[in-house]
Design a protein around this ligand. Structure first.
Ligand SMILES: C[S@@+](CC[C@H](N)C(=O)[O-])C[C@H]1O[C@@H](n2cnc3c(N)ncnc32)[C@H](O)[C@@H]1O
Length: 521
C-alpha cells in the first residue's frame, strides 16, 4: 500500500485551532446572510451579511415577579437597587405609552388589555439560572395572540443614526452595526436629554451581559480546551479592528459630531455587547430588511424550545403607510408564566460568546472539529485543487452535534483518507464522496474522527466526571459566580458531545466489513 497511514491523526485536528463556526467561519466561508430564519422562530439574530456573525435577532410594574432561589438582591441595599429597577421599568412603560404603544391594563378601540409585565430579575426555570429582566404574562395568553405592536420610530436603526448624524457621517456603505453603535453611545451620553433615555435606562451593563469576548482572562481560563477561546479571540480582534476603522474614518473626520471623549473604546464595546445580545433583524419593513435595537421587544429571554416571533409589518393608515414591530405568542401562557422567544437554533458556544450564558439543555449544542489535508500526503496537491474546485478550503471546521455528525464531515474525511491504492488509477473527479469508498477507507475515516474527539477531550484540564460532580453538588455549584457556572456547563456539554460522537462512530465501525487481520499496511 502506497500511502496514507490508516490512523493519521495529523490530518484531523480537533477544534481548538479553528474558530467557531459563527463569526469568522460564516464570513470566510461566504455564506449568504439573509438573516431571516423560519418565520415562526425569529428572535434576536445576527446579520451575517456584514461579516458580523450569524443571524441576530424582548414593564414591570410589579416588583418581585418570579424570583427563584438565586435572588441576588437582599437587605436594604438590595431593596433600593430593586426599587430603582422597577422605577426604570415604569419609566420605559410610560415612554412607550406616550409614543403610541398600548401598555395599559384596559381595552381600547381595537386593542385588548396589555398582556405583559417586565420582571426586574427572572430565573430560567429549566436551568435554575438568573436571566436579568424578562417578560411575564400578566393574564392568560392564547396561542397566536398579538402581544404588542411598536411604532418603527422607537427603534435604533441605521436610518435613525442618519437622521441624527447626517448622510456625510452615516454613509450608504457604513455597516448597520457601526451606525447603530454610534447612535447608542451618542444617545447614552445625552442622558435625560435623549429621546431614548427611558430605553437606555433598562439596558444592562457590560458586566450584566458579560459575553466571553469581554471576560477577564481568569474567567476565560475556565474554558481551556474549548473552541470558544479561539472564537473569543477572533471576536476581540475584530472589535479592535472595527474601532480602529471608526477612529480613522469617522472620529478623526467629525470630531464635533462624534467627540472622542464620548466615543471611547469602552463605550464601543458596550454598544456591541448590546447589539450582539439584543439587536433584531426585521424582515417585513417597507424599506427592506434592517437591523434594529427594538425597545421592549428585546426584553424577552431565550428558550431554545420557544417559537414566539418578532417581525415588522406595514400598517395601512389611509394614504400614509407606517411600519410597526409586532410580537405574537407561540403558545398559550398562564398568568405569571415567563414568556420566552427563541434567539434561533444556537448552540452554547454562540450563546456564551454573544449573550453570556450557556444552557445545560440545549438541542442545538455542538462542538467543532477542524479537519485538514495532510501536507505530507502524496495526493496533497490534487486533493487541494479538488477541494478548491468545490469551493472548499484545505482546512475546515465541522460541528459535531449531540445526536449526529454531519455528512459533509464524512465526505471531507473520505477524501483526506483516500490513498493511491484506493484511487486505483481513477481521478478524484471520477469519485463521489457522498457514499462510502471502500470499507477500508471508511474505517480510516471513522478512526480519524475518534482520534480527533479523544485529542479534543484530552485538551481540557478537567474531565466530564469532574464537571458533572461539581454541577451536581448544589452547595459548591451555587457558590461559583454566574460566569464560572456558565463556563463549567459549557465545557461539560462539549465533552458530552465528544463522548457521544465516539460512541456513535464506534457503533458505525461495527457495520464495516474489515478483512481478518485488520487493515492493509
Ligand atoms: C435580549 S436580552 C433579554 C433581556 C435581558 N434579560 C435584560 O435584562 O435586558 C438577552 C440577554 O438576556 C439574558 N438571557 C436571555 N435568556 C437567558 C437564559 N435563558 N438564561 C440566562 N440568561 C438569559 C442574557 O444576559 C442575554 O444576553
Amino acid at each position: 500500500m502506497a500511502a496514507g497511514p490508516a490512523r493519521s491523526a495529523g490530518t484531523l485536528r480537533a477544534a481548538p485551532g479553528g474558530s467557531r463556526s459563527s463569526y469568522y467561519s460564516s464570513a470566510s466561508e461566504g455564506r449568504s446572510g439573509s438573516g431571516r430564519r423560519r418565520r415562526s422562530a425569529s428572535g434576536p439574530m445576527f446579520a451575517e451579511d456584514e461579516g458580523w456573525l450569524e443571524a441576530l435577532k424582548g414593564v414591570a410594574d410589579e416588583p418581585g415577579l418570579p424570583l427563584g432561589p438565586s435572588k441576588k438582591m437582599s437587605g436594604l441595599g438590595g431593596m433600593v437597587a430593586e426599587d430603582s429597577r422597577v422605577a426604570e421599568n415604569n419609566a420605559l412603560k410610560e415612554w412607550m405609552g406616550e409614543n403610541g404603544v398600548w401598555v395599559y391594563d384596559k381595552s381600547d378601540w381595537g386593542v385588548g388589555p396589555h398582556a405583559l409585565s417586565v420582571a426586574v430579575d427572572t430565573v430560567d426555570e429549566n436551568e435554575n439560572e438568573t436571566a436579568g429582566r424578562g417578560m411575564i404574562a400578566n393574564r392568560e395568553i392564547k396561542e397566536g395572540d398579538e402581544l404588542f405592536t411598536l411604532p418603527i420610530d422607537l427603534l435604533l436603526t441605521k436610518d435613525a443614526a442618519k437622521k441624527e448624524f447626517g448622510a456625510d457621517v452615516i454613509t450608504e456603505d457604513l455597516s448597520e452595526y457601526i451606525a447603530i453603535a454610534l447612535l447608542a453611545v451618542h444617545e447614552k451620553a445625552k442622558g435625560k436629554e435623549s429621546f431614548w433615555s427611558s430605553y437606555i435606562g433598562v439596558l444592562p451593563t457590560v458586566e450584566e451581559v458579560y459575553p466571553t469576548y469581554l471576560w477577564a482572562e481568569e474567567d476565560l481560563a475556565l474554558l481551556e480546551g474549548s473552541p470558544v477561546i479561539a472564537a473569543t479571540e477572533s471576536m476581540r480582534r475584530k472589535l479592535e479592528v472595527e474601532y480602529a476603522t471608526v477612529e480613522n474614518d469617522l472620529l478623526d473626520k467629525f470630531p464635533e459630531i462624534l467627540p472622542r471623549e464620548v466615543h471611547t473604546y469602552e463605550e464601543f464595546q458596550w454598544a456591541f455587547a448590546m447589539l450582539f445580545s439584543r439587536a433584531i433583524r426585521l424582515g417585513g419593513l417597507s424599506t427592506g430588511e434592517a437591523v434594529a435595537l427594538v425597545p421592549y421587544a428585546d426584553l424577552f429571554n431565550h428558550n431554545p424550545f420557544a417559537n414566539s416571533y418578532i417581525d415588522a409589518r406595514q400598517q395601512g393608515l389611509f394614504f400614509s403607510k407606517t411600519d410597526e414591530v409586532v410580537v405574537y405568542a407561540d403558545r398559550s401562557y398562564k398568568k405569571m408564566e415567563q414568556v420566552y422567544i427563541s434567539y434561533g437554533p444556537k448552540g452554547n458556544s454562540d450563546l456564551l460568546l454573544l449573550y453570556g450564558f450557556s444552557l445545560d439543555r440545549n438541542p442545538y449544542n455542538s462542538v467543532d472539529v477542524t479537519v485538514s489535508l495532510d501536507e505530507n500526503d502524496e495526493l496533497y496537491e490534487r486533493k487541494k485543487a479538488f477541494l478548491s474546485e468545490a469551493g472548499l478550503p484545505p482546512t475546515k471546521a465541522f460541528p459535531l452535534y449531540n445526536d449526529r455528525y454531519p455528512d459533509e464531515l464524512l465526505q471531507y474525511l473520505r477524501l483526506i483518507q483516500l490513498n493511491t491504492d484506493q484511487l486505483r488509477g481513477r481521478t478524484l473527479e471520477d469519485l463521489s464522496f457522498e457514499k462510502k469508498q471502500t470499507d477500508v477507507n471508511e474505517l480510516m475515516v471513522l478512526d480519524s474522527l475518534v482520534e480527533a474527539c479523544k485529542a479534543t477531550i484530552a485538551g481540557y484540564p478537567t474531565t466530564e466526571e469532574q464537571d458533572s460532580k461539581l454541577m451536581n453538588d448544589p452547595g459548591m455549584f451555587r457558590a461559583l459566580s454566574k460566569t464560572q457556572r456558565m463556563a463549567v456547563k459549557h465545557r461539560r456539554q462539549e465533552k458530552v458531545i465528544l463522548r457521544r460522537t465516539i460512541a456513535a462512530v464506534t457503533k458505525d465501525k461495527e457495520k464495516l466489513r474489515i478483512p481478518l487481520g485488520g487493515l492493509p499496511q
